[in-house]
Ligand binder design. Structure first.
Ligand SMILES: Nc1nc2c(ncn2[C@@H]2O[C@H](COP(=O)(O)OP(=O)(O)OP(=O)(O)O)[C@@H](O)[C@H]2O)c(=O)[nH]1
Ligand SMILES: [Mg+2]
Length: 206
């Protein structure tokens, strides 16, 4: 099967809240998850660009809602998709008042933004049972609309041994496991993104 790939990617703007976000004129994929899980790195990996989204070993790097326009190429067709990199949750070091503002803005964004078609929830493969992630998954399930999908991706797969990978896959059969370090697992993610937004999965493989 020839896999979809991104042939153009561009940072457009950062926003503080839904109020100063881009118009809702393009299908969006939001990347959410705990601080340091690899949201920005995953966007870079999918776009095959080193520093498109700013990543850092220090948690709390992404502090605003960041928009990226990408163009996919698949079977000679181009597909526009917007990626949204969000600040991480569960980051304790920011001041309490700032945290509250962020949370309010982010909650409003993910609940109200009509252009979101896919929630990609990134979870650390080494901590698949973190309560905060279970809570977030439950929370999203309460308001997710019929035209939206939710996908779990485990990052940092390179930190697991084969036995742990097998166990994780068994436990979360609907999830995708990736490594940004080793650039593994991206093909399936690309396919899920395009299939969610443009229903490309109906085409045959040959
Ligand atoms: N080993 C390994 N490290 C990774 C992987 N993905 C990301 N990292 C590292 O994890 C750290 C955090 O990555 P970011 O992409 O900045 O994480 P983030 O989720 O955007 O973090 P915030 O913006 O702080 O919420 C960086 O040091 C990355 O190099 C991966 O798949 N494997
Ligand atoms: Mg980030």
């Amino acid at each position: 099967m020839n896999a979809p790939r991104i042939i153009e990617a561009q940072f457009i703007k950062s926003a503080q809240s839904i109020a100063d976000s881009l118009p809702e004129d393009r299908s969006e994929v939001v990347f959410l998850g705990r601080s340091n899980v690899g949201k920005s790195s995953t966007i870079n990996g999918l776009c095959n660009r080193k520093n498109l989204a700013k990543s850092s070993a220090t948690p709390g790097k992404t502090q605003l809602i960041n928009f990226f326009e990408t163009t996919y190429l698949y079977n000679d067709e181009k597909y526009p998709v917007r990626f949204v990199d969000l600040p991480g949750f569960g980051y304790a070091k920011v001041s309490k008042s700032l945290k509250e503002v962020w949370q309010k803005n982010l909650v409003e964004f993910i609940k109200q933004r009509t252009s979101i078609r896919l929630f990609i929830h990134l979870r650390d493969a080494r901590h698949p049972h973190a309560k905060i992630d279970d809570d977030v998954q439950g929370y999203i399930s309460e308001f997710i609309r019929g035209d939206q999908r939710y996908l779990t991706i485990f990052t940092k797969l390179d930190k697991l041994n084969q036995k742990e990978k097998t166990k994780l896959k068994k436990e979360f059969p609907d999830s995708i496991m990736i490594s940004n370090l080793k650039k593994q697992g991206f093909d399936r993610v690309h396919f899920e993104i395009l299939d969610t937004i443009f229903a490309i999965g109906e085409a045959s493989d040959d």
